[in-house]
Each structure stands twice: as C-alpha cells, then as structure tokens.
Design a protein around this ligand. Structure first.
Ligand SMILES: [Fe+2]
Ligand SMILES: [Fe+2]
Length: 403
C-alpha cells in the first residue's frame, strides 16, 4: 500500500503548470512514452500531489510545542504566515529552476542511461513544483480578508521565473556542460534532501505531509549524481572520458559554495526552529551537509584509486585516500570559506583560497585566482559577472537568502 494519497490542484493552475512544462520541458512526453522501458519496476510518472503521513500529530518544538499542527495557513499569524509562504516559494522555485537548468545541457549526456536519469529527475522536480502548488492552491485560507491573495500572487510569480530571477543563487546559474548536471545532482540536490528532512516537522501540516514522498524521489536524484560522478571520475582516470579530474574539481569548486549558502546564514535559522518550520538551525544542518559531501568525495576517490591500482580492496583504497600523499589527482572538497558571496561578515567576499587560507591579495587579484580554480564556462555566466562587480565595488549582497 502506498504511504500517501494523491490529489490534483484546481484546473486553472493544473493547466498553467502543464503550459509551463510544454515550454520548459517538452521532453517529458518522450519519457512518459518510454517509462516502462527505462524504469520497469517504478510506477509510471504522474503529475499529482502526494499527501504523506505526519511524523507526529502535534508540534514538537518551539513556540507552539504541544499544540496540533496548523491545518489552515490563515491560522498562522503575523510573520509566521509570510515566513511559511517564503519557504514554500523558495522550495518551488528550486524545483522549477532545476528543470530549466538541466535542460540546457541534457543533449550532451555522455550515455543514454545518464540522459534518461536526468529526464526522470526533471519529471520528479516538476512533480515537486506541483506539490508546492498544491500546498498553496488547496487551502483557501492563504487568502485572508484584507490581504492580497497570497497563493495566486505567489503561483503566478513562480510561473514567470526564469534563470536569473529565481529565489536562490544556485538556481540562477545556467548549466554549460554535462558536468554541471552531475555535480549539481550530487551537491545541490543534497541540500534539497536536508531541507526536506528538516521540514518534516513543519508546523503547517500540508507542507509537512508533502515531505516524505518528495524525499523518496530525491533519493534517486542524489544517487544518480553520485553514480555518474564516479563514472566520470573513473573515465577521467583511465583517459577514456570526456572530462579530466581537473574539470570535475573545478565544477565542484563552482557549485559547492552556492550549496553551502542555500542553508542561509550559518549563524541563523533560530526563528524557523521556533516556528517549527525546520528541526535544526542553519549552521547545524550545514555542518552535517559538509560532512556528507566529504564522505561522497572520499568514496569517489576510493573508486579512482581502485582504478589506478589493480586488485586493491575498497578498504585498502580508502586507507590510501585518507593517508593523502600517494596520488595528487584525487578530488577534494573546498574549504567552507572559499568563494563565499553570502554568510557571516568575516568570510563574505573575502579572498579565501580553496584550503581556507585568507590570502593577502586585492579583490582584482582574487578574481585572477578564481579564474584559475573555476571552470572557464562558469566565469562567462551573469552570476559570476555580478559577483566580480560586487567584489571590485566592495559591496556585500543585500537581503535575506537561503530557504
Ligand atoms: Fe525536488
Ligand atoms: Fe531533486
């Protein structure tokens, strides 16, 4: 028995999202026609909301601990109402943006299984967007007397977002080659997993009920990213692949800082815990994420060493990776202070190198340094141009960030 029930949204927004899909993701038709060929053991894709179970009926933490969860958005007062809307909006923006990003380089997939996996990831992100539409659309109390219709205002805004106008920085960066698809699924979808995990405690019950079904789909995204990262790293090691280890490393250098920033300021997040929107503060979640990214990269390095040294066990290979000096072309995780645009004041827009050392250099020299450690293609993006302008102008990014 499925651990969820399903619902559809009102025809107005159902049709609007289908229209969005025709424009941004026409390949869905191909995937649906061939679903059973590629994913025989998986229930065919369907665009609906999956309503899962709550982990606990009542709120377990913060200001409202012990009370039942909110079934109606309108019962959340003041800041809490808008803060909930902001999280749902940010979540939905990531789902729509990632489809727009993956599609840019979909045709460059080195293998058919990689391409088909990315298509499934895109389809599931579309369902996640549909899920967030359901959260806002099914509950008439998002429209409060005397307030604008927050639900339709937010849904219309989301439908109009393009790369460049999405909520979070990581989702405004266009993909330039297939390494972006793979590293994004490994590093950025992993942040998504943390957010969904944390939001199981969400005080607004419809949001909390949405998390478990989304999490089980997210597992496929992260798993695909890790599998393909390993395959590309092995290809780079044997010389058979299209990408070098240096290419892969530079791609990690570009995405990982943006992943760290998706948690919001590492000293913040207390309000979300008080409202029971999340079960951990930003810094706690980010710390766990950093550890998990290190584990993923170590496992990838184990595969690289096993490719280079024949007949070696995973355990022996791991010992070599940890010892750290025998091979120079392994992957590594940059320090969390490297290339930060947002975060605590002492690290934002500061010239930290990949190892976390503050370099005694000017802003323009730091841009030269970044040119050496980031992909050429990334430096050509608007996001990087904006970063450079801010760095040279001595400005920090304004406003809240993260979700
Ligand atoms: Fe998603
Ligand atoms: Fe995902």
């Amino acid at each position: 028995m499925a651990a969820y029930t399903t619902q559809t949204i009102t025809p107005r927004y159902h049709q609007a999202l289908l229209g969005w899909q025709v424009k941004n993701f026409p390949e869905l038709d191909f995937l649906e026609r061939n679903w059973t060929k590629f994913f025989a053991s998986q229930t065919p894709f369907q665009l609906f909301a999956k309503i899962g179970n709550l982990s606990t009926e009542s709120i377990g933490q913060g200001k409202f601990a012990g009370q039942p969860r909110f079934e109606r958005a309108g019962d959340m007062v003041g800041n809490m109402f808008y803060a909930a809307r902001d999280i749902i909006r940010a979540q939905c923006s990531t789902e729509l943006a990632s489809i727009q990003q993956h599609r840019l380089t979909l045709e460059e997939a080195p293998t058919d299984p990689m391409k088909v996996a990315v298509l499934r990831v895109m389809a599931e992100e579309l369902r996640h967007a549909y899920q967030m539409f359901w959260v806002l659309d099914h509950d008439p109390s998002w429209k409060k007397p005397g307030h604008p219709d927050i639900a339709s205002e937010t849904l219309d805004e989301l439908l109009a977002m393009e790369l460049g106008s999405h909520v979070l920085d990581a989702f405004n960066i266009p993909f330039k080659n297939f390494l972006d698809n793979v590293v994004f699924a490994t590093v950025i979808d992993l942040v998504g997993k943390y957010q969904l995990e944390m939001q199981k405690v969400f005080a607004y019950a419809p949001m909390a009920r949405s998390m478990s079904p989304m999490l089980s789909e997210e597992g496929f995204h992260i798993g695909s990213g890790r599998t393909f990262l390993r395959e590309l790293a092995i290809g780079a090691t044997t010389g058979a692949g299209r990408f070098s280890i240096d290419d892969i490393q530079k791609t990690i250098n570009a995405w990982y800082p943006r992943g760290l920033e998706m948690f919001g300021n590492e000293r913040g997040g207390e309000t979300n815990v008080q409202f029971s929107f999340k079960d951990r503060t930003n810094g706690t979640a980010q710390g766990e994420y950093i550890q998990e990214v290190h584990d993923v990269i170590e496992t990838t390095n184990v595969s690289i060493v096993q490719t280079r040294v024949k007949n070696i066990s995973a355990q022996e290979a791991r010992a070599i990776v940890r010892e750290g000096s025998r091979f120079d072309d392994l992957l590594f995780v940059p320090d969390a202070k490297f290339f930060r645009r947002r975060g605590p004041a002492e690290i934002v827009m500061q010239p930290y190198d990949l190892k976390g050392n503050l370099m005694p250099i000017s802003s323009s020299q730091y841009i030269d340094y970044l040119a050496k450690v980031l992909p050429d293609r990334y430096r050509a993006t608007d996001e990087f141009r904006r970063y450079s302008e801010q760095l040279l102008g001595g400005q920090a990014m304004a406003g809240r960030y993260g979700w």
